[in-house]
Ligand binder design. Structure first.
Ligand code: ASP
Length: 585
């Protein structure tokens, strides 16, 4: 028997018991005639004591143990004189009687402690050592608990977990596919699923009614911060449902997870706002509503006073930062620099402060009278001590820039506290998105999303104004999940493909299986998928999904531990009928 107890288990009531523990040497300290060793396993840390006077051989043996050696120790549980309230086992220690080295260890390349000295790359290269650190391990355990709770809730609601294939045909979720060459069929490829979208819809055609899967998805995207080429979704689909049915079922899932994992109860239903409203008020389709500071449009109010920047702008709007009138020149310059960053791309920022006497001082005093400025302040609901930040230009871009500025101010003002959560549903997304570069429509969600019945008439005449019953669950400014009511008849699906510039022939070639399935009595259906890694990170109070994935890729899409992607043998290439192009010098 390797152990009678774990390293996180023994307490004062075990005093006097003879026990055996197995684990890793976290650290050891020699203090005069005594050697103290911290023994660690998944469950915790227990202190071992060796006394030079009582058992010098054993003590000398203990002194030779290196960090991360794996040992088995037998001894007697004793009360500690120097208790450690931060450890669950902090009241006791083990007076060692016998120790066996089960395995030695090289000196680890970084310290296996909460605050390690290991840099990112090093920790990823030795991820199995990194995972020994308590904080990293607890992230993975939180993820495990979430997965169990997801299954418990969805099973309770009658959902059936079905696995869908990984070697499939391209699914158009908007990213590039990872592809796998076929050995049996040279020149042909499988694609790894960007999501099980078409399969879950086929399961609805098959009558499964409620499906879910916690599933790996693969998207070969350009690596933006905190994206992983392979990530996990909680993927769900339901039949005979309207948007409301889906939102209430999955609001239930969200509540269940927050309750079970964080002990948080939300009062009242999650707010629901339309996409248009989100863009208008927050300049974003994933608003952080932990704080107000909504964007207010003043385009008409500022016109006609010969200020060319405002007069010529399609849109003028701003935000009112309460009690920020005191902002110094330097703070205002910083905000201006912030909005001028290339990612945001604004030309500048106009500001106005409401002074203690109610008068308004502004950087555009030359063009606007004291009364004009007071009027703007009134429209923007600013009172004494408030600061107005105003931007102008193209409507879409200006709203987006104001949205970013709002978030930055919220961060500076401490409104974006990671331990408070504000979920909401954003609904009624546009069905399509026009791309100026390629001069065509793209599906805003994906091509299986149904147009709203009342907008159906515009599908042929003005597709840009068609909305969809598509929705996102947004928490703290992060999109946690999204889905839609689907098309379930072949005609609408063909029309959608056509609108996206796919010929009948191409549509048949790529999605013939789905169009065919829709001919055999497809029920009305809809679904949603949640980003499991991101949700875990959020519940873990982190912004980094990598910390919640046992073996993540780095930001070059590499796994530096197993060293991949990597070349394969010529033999393998020959079998696959693949020739690698010489890189151009
Ligand atoms: N397949 C979609 C996605 O991955 C989610 C859905 O529509 O259910 O974003």
């Amino acid at each position: 028997m390797y152990r009678t107890h774990t390293c996180g288990e023994l307490v004062i009531s075990n005093k006097g018991e003879k026990v055996t523990l197995s684990g890793w040497i976290q650290r050891s300290r020699d203090l005069g005639g005594m050697t103290f060793v911290d023994l660690r396993d998944r469950y915790g840390i227990t202190q071992l004591v060796f006394n030079l006077e009582i058992n010098s051989d054993l003590c000398m043996q203990a002194r030779k143990l290196g960090r991360e050696f794996v040992v088995q120790v037998t001894g007697i549980v004793a009360e500690r004189s120097n208790k450690n309230p931060r450890l669950a086992t902090g009241d006791i220690e083990i007076i060692a009687e016998n120790i066996t080295v089960l395995n030695t260890s090289d000196i680890p390349p970084f310290t296996i402690e909460e605050n390690t000295d290991g840099g990112d790359e090093l920790r990823m290269k030795y991820r199995y050592l990194d995972l020994r650190r308590q904080n990293v391990r607890s992230n993975i355990i939180l993820r495990h608990k979430m997965a169990q709770e997801v299954r418990r809730y969805l099973d309770g609601q009658g959902f059936i977990e079905v696995e869908t294939p990984v070697l499939i045909k391209s699914t158009p979720e908007g990213a590039r596919d990872y592809v796998v060459p076929s050995r049996l069929h040279h020149g042909e490829f499988y694609a790894l699923p960007q999501s099980p979208q078409t399969f879950k819809q086929l399961l609805m055609v098959a009558g499964f009614d409620k499906y879910f899967q916690i599933v790996k998805c693969f998207r070969d995207e350009d690596l933006r911060a905190d994206r992983q080429p392979e990530f996990t979704q909680i993927d769900c689909e339901m039949s005979f449902v309207h948007q409301d049915d889906i939102l209430s079922t999955f609001e239930g899932l969200a509540r269940h997870l927050f309750r079970e994992i964080k002990g948080i109860e939300f009062d009242g239903p999650f707010p629901r706002i339309s996409y248009d409203e989100a863009m208008r008020n927050y300049g974003s389709d994933k608003p952080d509503i932990r704080f107000g500071m909504k964007i207010i449009e003043i385009t008409e109010a500022v016109r006609g006073k010969n200020f060319a920047v405002f007069d010529s702008a399609e849109y003028v709007g701003g935000i009112c930062a309460s009690r920020c009138a005191e902002y110094t020149r330097r703070q205002l310059d910083e905000l201006t620099e912030f909005v001028k960053r290339p990612q945001i791309g604004a030309k500048g920022l106009v500001y106005a402060r409401v002074e203690a006497d109610g008068s308004v001082k502004s950087s555009i005093d030359k063009f606007y009278s004291a009364d004009d400025l007071k009027r703007f302040a009134d429209i923007m609901k600013a009172t004494e001590g408030d600061l107005l930040l105003i931007m102008a230009g193209n409507k879409e871009k200006t709203l987006a820039a104001l949205g970013e500025l709002r978030l930055e101010l919220g961060r500076r003002l401490g409104y974006r506290d990671a331990s408070s959560y504000s979920p909401l549903w954003v609904t009624d997304f546009p069905l399509l998105e026009w791309d100026e570069e390629t001069k065509r429509f793209y599906a805003k969600h994906h091509p299986f999303t149904a147009p709203k019945p009342e907008d159906m008439e515009y599908m042929r005449t003005n597709p840009g104004r068609v909305h969809a019953n598509a929705y996102d669950l947004v928490i703290n400014g992060t999109e946690i999940g999204g889905g839609s009511i689907r098309i379930h008849d072949p005609e609408t699906q063909s029309l959608m493909f056509k609108t996206l510039g796919l010929s009948d022939e191409e549509a048949q070639k790529q999605f013939g299986f789905l169009l065919n399935a829709f001919r055999y009595g497809a029920p009305p259906h809809g679904g949603i998928a949640f980003g499991f890694d991101r949700w875990a990170a959020m519940l873990g109070g982190s912004e980094t999904i990598r910390d919640f994935i046992a073996f993540p890729k780095n930001n070059q899409a590499r796994d530096i531990m197993i060293d991949t992607p990597s070349s394969i043998k010529q033999e393998q290439l020959d079998e696959l009928g693949i020739e690698i192009k010489k890189e151009k010098k």
